[in-house]
Design a protein around this ligand. Sequence first.
Ligand code: AVJ
Length: 323
Amino acid sequence: MSGAVERGGLVDLQPTPARILADVVQGLSATPKRLPSKYFYDARGSALFERITRQPEYYLTATELALLQARMADIAAAIGAGAHVVEYGSGSGRKTELLLGGLDAPVAYTPVEISRSALEHSVARLGALFPEIEMLPVCADFTGPFALPVPARAPARTLLFFPGSTLGNFDGPQSVALLRGMRDAAGADGRALIGLDLDKDPRRLEAAYNDAAGVTAEFTLNLLARLNREIGSDFDLGGFAHRAVYARERMRIETDLVSLRAQTVRVGGRTFAFAPGEAMAVEISQKYTRDSAAALAAQAGLALRAWWTDPQGDFALALLAPA
Ligand code: AVJ
């Protein structure tokens, strides 16, 4: 893959400051203004997200972990022996640990993760836990092109693992493109196991994205701190407030940074003006039903093979195969 830098065996395609700057200028030039949520995950952003997963209101992570544990035997039976597990985003690796430990003798594990610190941490940990599984990390933005490493032992099939309802951070066309990319990467006999947060009482959803301790607000504002540091913008962190609202018509949480006053921000030699109360869109978190998930998968040439939810129906694991 061109542009790849090999350091200690890790394929490094981390976004460059020039790439980040171009994305930010494009987003701030749009109406309404927006910033890409993938840039939340620098070292501090990844650590803050870990703290979010431990907030009492953020039920997603604990629910998905319990669901994965409860359904692991079914998942292992559906996948079979000798899989190459490819994960989009590695996070802390707690779910991965369950999956790699529960599957029948997987041959290799490839996390594709934009945050280099998160990637190194998770591979060091999982490599020590599973010495018999080949670790093939890729530091890259999984929305862009990247080559899948080829395991030393031939895998029986490729399993794409995309937990955490991270698919929900992408709009309709982007989700279809991602799912299509997974189908192509995994091949005709491939499978995808996807974690999806389900539509529910808006009060519970809004509480999950507005935790009382304020960790989510800190997480959102950290995006501005990261941009200031890495591309030299001058966002005033005190001049913006976190706001997350459930848009029922679109079945998604919409997170904005709201300008608290009239202000200008300088980025890459350009100036962007904010009106008081002006909202800058920073993240969407799509919620799903079984039907909406099946319809989305169908657009990407994938079909639902299995659908597992927790007893409360809060969260689902969808097993997808080429249609
Ligand atoms: C990482 C996609 C699972 O959208 O729920 C959590 C990120 N943002 N709180 C989500 C997030 C605010 C999260 N995912």
